[in-house]
Each structure stands twice: as structure tokens, then as C-alpha cells.
Design a protein around this ligand. Sequence first.
Ligand code: GH3
Ligand code: MG
Ligand code: MG
Length: 353
Amino acid sequence: MSRPSLPPVHSFESIPPPSDVPRRILVVDDDAGRRLLFEKILTMEGYGVALAFDADEALDSINEAPPDLILLDVHLAGMSGIEFCGELRMIDELRLTPIVLMSAVYKTEEWAVRGLLAGADDFLQVPERLEEIKARIRVQLRNRRDREMLEWLEMQRNKLRTAALRDSLTGLTNRRGGDKALRHSLSSGEVVVLVLLDIDHFKNVNDTHGHAAGDAVLQQVAATLERRSRRGDVVVRHGGEEFFVLITGVDPKLAASIGERYRSAIENLQLSDGAGTAGVTVSIGVAVWWAGEEAAPSPERMLSVADAGLYEAKRNGRNRVVTTEVSSDQSLIGRIKGLPSVYPRTKSPGGGT
Ligand code: GH3
Ligand code: MG
Ligand code: MG
């Protein structure tokens, strides 16, 4: 019984089909005849083709427009294609670009091995078996597209991950991100200063000027906190009109004055017209963890100590700072070690940190 004959090789389809976007292939070969041959067959395959005689021309072409695949002769004029392949692999723009080495010389096993180890993705004997060469080029471009897709997905995932930790109104780190950062700080073994701020009588802003004006105030307060923060500090919108700034590795004696710096920055903030209100103030509770031998407090405890200070600041007349030290001992809440704990409703003492 005779076997059914296979269809002609050029009628095979690549699965998945090649991308709709025409791909550009750079052919680097010092042999003019082969350059022409590849230009012809690759153009017929629907690829854009760039030609280079040697490494210099190839680099010029790459600089002008990075190709999607490089077809590289092993024996370049004045240079080994294998060495050049190694150099190309160091170029960041080409990290996804397949490099296919080719040689017209027989018995090329050693070169094939060296070339593949130097970073080439395939090694072709040319100009034999042109249909196979075309198929191998397709496979490399397909692999490249898969890698691009993976990179794109990874980027999307990172974007989503970042977005999940951002507050959409103010652009600050949101509560989830803030809690994560606080946990991380407390496990660092360093001093942690938590400055918890709540806008005073914010409900009045909404009631008097409308919710949009309220939103504008929140944005301007957020921007001010961000501007006043130092590199490495984390500014968080912890909820409605409540924020915190997380500072790690600072001199704990400065905690109260750091709180005061933020208080006065908000008091002096000139709200833009859109906010429809003259100005706002904040009440602040600062919790300080001095670090040391003891186990660090939990994030919840750190926040509750700061919150107790904030509540006290509200009760004492608002627009003020109450600073409290946190001990890891659950029975001791808010030991004050000679810190100026309550700032009266006055201007900043100046200096600060
Ligand atoms: P206190 O000085 O005691 O903090 O008074 P307050 O009015 O600031 O506090 P209260 O908790 O009574 O009101 C908070 C207000 O914050 C009520 C709520 O509508 C408003 N708010 C919370 N989130 C947003 C927001 O995203 N946009 C706007 N515009 N308002 C918000
Ligand atoms: Mg408030
Ligand atoms: Mg509140």
C-alpha cells in the first residue's frame, strides 16, 4: 500500500500564524551573493530586510532601527561572527531578538556549538534546504513573540500590583500598601516614627463647599505631605481624610518635631481657588518605636498608639501634635520620655529636621 504523499513543504502553515506586523530581519554577511539571495527569499516571505556587510554596518543598522531577528554569518570580513554574536547579546535592546548564525562551510559542528554557547538561538547551514531555513526563521520569530507576550504580561502584572497599592484620588500609597510598609518597617530593627494625621472639621469643607472641593483639598494636603517627606519615607492615605507618614531609621528624639513640621506645613498651605476654602488644619498623633533589644510592636499597636495621640490632640483643641513612645510591653501604653509631647496651637518652633 502506498503512503499518501505529504503536501509540498512550502504550503505548511506555522501555528500560531506569524504576527500581522511585518517583521524586520537584518542579514549580516560579507558574501554579496548570499546577501542578495536572502534579501530575495525573505522579502518574498513578507519580511522587511536590512543588509549589512560587516559588524560596523550591522551596528549602524541596529542603531537606526533594531531588527526583530538577526541572521549572522559566522565568517565576517575581519571578525568572527561568533564573537560579534557575543557582543550583540550584551545589547539590551536586543535581549528578545533571536540571533541565527549561518555558515556555508561544511563540518561546522564546532562552530555551531561555540555559536550556540555564545548566545545564538540557532545555527543554519546555508544555502542548503531553504524551506527548512525559512521554517526555522519563523520558529525564532514565533518564540520572540511569545517572549514579548510574556514580558508584556509581566509588565501588566507589575502595573496592576502597583495600582492595587495606590490611592486613586491622591496617588499616594493606599491603606493596604501603608499597612504593608508599616509591617516591613517594624521588622527592620530600626527606629520607626509613625505620624498619623487627620484633617480637622473636614466634614464642614464638604458641607460648605461640596464634595468636589473636599476632594481637591485632600489632593492638596496629600501633595503637601509628599513634598515635605524625605526620600525613603512612605506617605499613605489611610482612609477618608486620614493620612500617615512612615519614617524609618531616624533619631527618635526628633519625632515630635517631625510631627510639628507636617502640622505647620498643612496650616500654612495656601489652598488653590478650586478648593473653595481658605485653609485647613490637621491634628496629629505621632507614635515612636525606639527599637533596641525588645521585640517590635505590631503594626496594629503602633497605629492604635498614634490614634490615641491623635484623639488627644483633637480633644485638646485640634491643630496640634501629640507624641507618644511605644513600648513592646502591652501593659505600657505611651511612656513619654521627656519629649515635648503636646504642641500648642502656635507656629512651628522652626528648625525641625
Ligand atoms: P474632626 O476634626 O473630628 O476630624 O472632624 P471631621 O469633620 O474631619 O471628621 P468626620 O469623621 O466627622 O468627617 C470626615 C469627613 O470626611 C466625612 C466624609 O464625608 C469626608 N470624606 C472622607 N473621604 C472623603 C473623600 O474621599 N472625599 C471627600 N470630599 N470627603 C471625604
Ligand atoms: Mg477629620
Ligand atoms: Mg477622620
